[in-house]
Ligand binder design. Structure first.
Ligand code: IDP
Ligand code: MG
Length: 150
């Protein structure tokens, strides 16, 4: 089983999309093993978005993410990193396909509702930034034997 970090951004929380988003990922067959509300500190935002520190949009991205509580999660499943990236859709909601979270709920690249790790390396890094090992709760889904062929 692989793991990925997923975060509903403040616009998603304020628009009441937490339940819908968790439901879509659960229905896909993925397993939620950690979740917490939090207003992220500047330090943790800098760590999570370290590849964007020098980008022109970074100051407004930081203000957006610090603007309210985020809903932080860890999800588990086979190939969960690439599966969740497909479920959330393209970074710019105007280019995200209908049926994806950003395609269905987003309009503006600066208010795109959700974050998810883009590789195994970034997933490991981002989970470690936001969660202690003791805050992760792996378990067996009762429907695992019908979700996966092997
Ligand atoms: P991702 O969230 O799909 O991985 P990244 O390119 O890693 O996309 O960008 C991180 C976040 O920075 C985006 O989700 C979005 O909130 C914000 N962002 C990226 N590019 C722009 C931009 O051109 N203008 C404003 N915000 C942007
Ligand atoms: Mg990214």
């Amino acid at each position: 089983m692989d793991r990925t970090f997923v975060m509903i951004k403040p616009d998603g929380v304020q628009r009441g999309l937490v339940g819908e988003i968790v439901s879509r990922l659960e229905s896909k067959g993925l397993k939620l093993i950690a979740a917490r509300f939090e207003i992220l500190s500047e330090k943790r935002i800098n760590e999570q978005y370290r590849e964007h520190l020098k980008k022109p949009f970074f100051p407004s991205l930081k203000k957006y993410i610090m603007g309210g509580p985020c809903f932080l999660m860890v999800w588990e499943g086979r190939d969960v990193v690439s599966i969740v990236r497909k479920v959330i859709g393209a970074t710019n909601p105007q280019e995200a396909s209908p049926g994806t979270i950003r395609g269905d709920f987003g309009n503006d690249i600066g208010r795109n509702v959700i974050h998810a790790s883009d590789s195994h390396e970034s997933a490991a890094h981002e989970i470690a930034i936001h969660f202690k090992p003791a805050e992760l709760f792996p378990y067996t889904r009762i429907d695992e034997s019908v979700i996966y062929e092997y």
